[in-house]
Design a protein around this ligand. Structure first.
Ligand code: NAP
Length: 312
């Protein structure tokens, strides 16, 4: 299958490209800034017209949540206009579009897990930009062949992420001030790449998963503070060095802002995603969901094991 990957230099795009290139039978064409700008309609159509992909995987995005508050136009250009351009091309050329959304499309004011049917209400510029793209794709349901995978707190070996930041800080500080009032589900890029490959395979063989939006984070939810405790215990369990001996000082987001004198974009306090719809979809195809949707503890452990292997 001819597959175009946009944003292939980012945290997710790099991993998706690596997995797709390993999977058999796909011709991959990948693009990122500055060569191809998804917000530029001409740039997108001339690039895609040359290769005529049967599937487009949009890993490109403006993903700097705090910077977006003062850089609204760049954020909306990539996250809204860019998705519009890709959807437009896909619609007119009968291509499948994969897109990635965020838990930040939800307000996060309650403490029950979000399903795909819950009302969207992004609280930040970034959250609103992702929400608008989700609404646009949903409005094309029945016309456009698309999958939106909604993910949260991505980590993986191919770019900056919270887990690596915590590890680095824990190895160089005596005490860490860790936020305890933001709950989400960390998501391993490798698991998303596996899901993309699986969905593509079913699509290619004429037995596609239902088009639409799927929550695709790992199971369970955690806070940065509890993630830090998990990393400390996994470092010990896996014998990783140098050991993380840092003390943790539990603080609220408001306290973090006051200590660091940095005003953060508003984040949902509780944005754990329910993956029930995805689990049922996998079961319907005879695929064991446990192989694809793991707990966040399993995901973090497997990431650390990969890091350990890479060190050898
Ligand atoms: N990271 C997370 O924790 C997280 C959580 C939930 C959802 N998501 C979603 O997951 C997807 C992947 O995120 P990520 O963390 O992999 O992002 P990332 O690391 O920032 O990668 C995005 C890539 O897209 C490129 N890009 C930005 N604007 C572009 C444009 N107009 N045209 C073409 N390429 C452009 C970026 O280039 P530059 O670096 O040069 O800007 C970068 O290479 C995004 O849709 C994001 O919203 C991420």
């Amino acid at each position: 299958m001819r597959v175009a990957i946009l944003g292939n230099k980012g945290l997710l795009g790099t991993c998706v490209e690596r997995h797709l290139r390993k999977a058999t039978g796909h011709d991959c064409y990948s693009f990122d800034l500055p060569e191809v700008d998804i917000s530029d309609k001409e740039s997108i159509s001339s690039t895609l017209n040359q290769i005529m992909p049967e599937a487009i995987i949009n890993c490109a995005a403006y993903s700097q949540v705090d910077k977006a508050e003062s850089d609204v136009i760049s954020c909306f250009n990539a996250n809204v206009t860019g998705v519009h351009n890709l959807a437009f091309w896909s619609l007119h050329n009968d291509a499948l579009l994969f897109h990635f959304s965020s838990d930040y499309v939800f307000p996060g004011k309650d403490s029950s897990q979000y399903t795909e049917l819950d009302e969207l209400d992004g609280q930040s510029v970034y959250g609103i930009s992702k929400e608008l793209a989700d609404r646009m794709l949903e409005a094309l349901e029945g016309r456009l062949k698309y999958y939106t995978f909604r993910i949260s707190l991505l980590f993986g070996p191919d770019g900056n992420n919270l887990i690596d930041t915590i590890i680095q800080l824990a190895q160089t500080s005596e005490t860490l001030h860790m936020v305890c009032d933001q709950h989400s589900a960390p998501t391993y890029t490798q698991s998303i790449a596996n899901l993309v490959c699986l969905f593509l395979d079913y699509y290619e063989t004429g037995n596609p998963f239902h088009f639409g939006v799927y929550n695709a984070a790992s199971r369970g939810g955690t806070t940065p503070k509890d993630l830090c405790y998990l990393l400390i215990s996994l470092y010990r369990k896996l014998g990783l060095t140098p050991e993380l001996k840092v003390k943790i000082n539990e603080i609220t987001t408001a306290q973090w802002e006051s200590i660091s004198k940095v005003k953060l974009a508003k984040r949902p306090a509780f944005s754990v995603l329910s993956t029930e719809k995805l689990q049922m979809a996998l079961q319907e195809k005879g695929v064991n969901p446990r192989g694809f949707i793991k707990t966040f503890q399993q995901e973090v452990e497997s990431y650390l094991e990969t890091k350990k292997e890479a060190k050898k």
